[in-house]
Design a protein around this ligand. Structure first.
Ligand code: FES
Length: 103
C-alpha cells in the first residue's frame, strides 16, 4: 500500500496508507481533508487542486493538456500545482507528499 503524506496549510503532516489505484483526490476526500473533487475526477472543476512537494514532481507523469487547462482555474496556482484526481497512486509513488492549498 503506497503511503501518501498531506501537509495542511498549518504545516501539519498526515501520513496515510492508501490503496493503489486510488487518486490523491479520493484519498483526501475519504479522510475529510477539505478537497471537494466536485466533478468526481472528470476534469471539469479544479476543486481537487493540490501542490506537489517540489522534489516529488519528477516522479509524476506530466499533466495532460486538459489538466493544464483546468489548473488555470485553480486558486493560488503554484509551479508544482496538480489536480489530485489525475494523480493515481501506485507503489512506485510510495512516499509522495502533497500540500493542501489554502481554501
Ligand atoms: S475532481 Fe474535478 S478536476 Fe479533479
Amino acid at each position: 500500500m503506497p503511503r501518501l503524506t498531506f501537509i495542511t496549510t498549518a504545516g501539519r503532516r498526515l501520513e496515510i496508507e492508501a490503496d493503489s489505484g486510488q487518486s490523491v483526490m479520493l484519498v483526501a476526500r475519504l479522510h475529510d481533508l477539505g478537497i471537494e473533487g466536485t466533478c468526481e475526477g472528470s476534469l471539469a472543476c479544479a476543486t481537487c487542486h493540490v501542490v506537489v512537494e517540489p522534489g516529488d514532481m519528477g516522479r509524476l507523469e506530466a499533466a495532460s493538456p486538459e489538466e493544464e487547462d483546468m489548473l488555470d482555474l485553480a486558486m493560488r496556482l503554484q509551479v508544482t500545482s496538480r489536480l489530485g484526481c489525475q494523480i493515481v497512486l501506485t507503489q512506485e509513488l510510495d512516499g509522495l507528499t502533497v500540500h493542501l492549498p489554502e481554501s
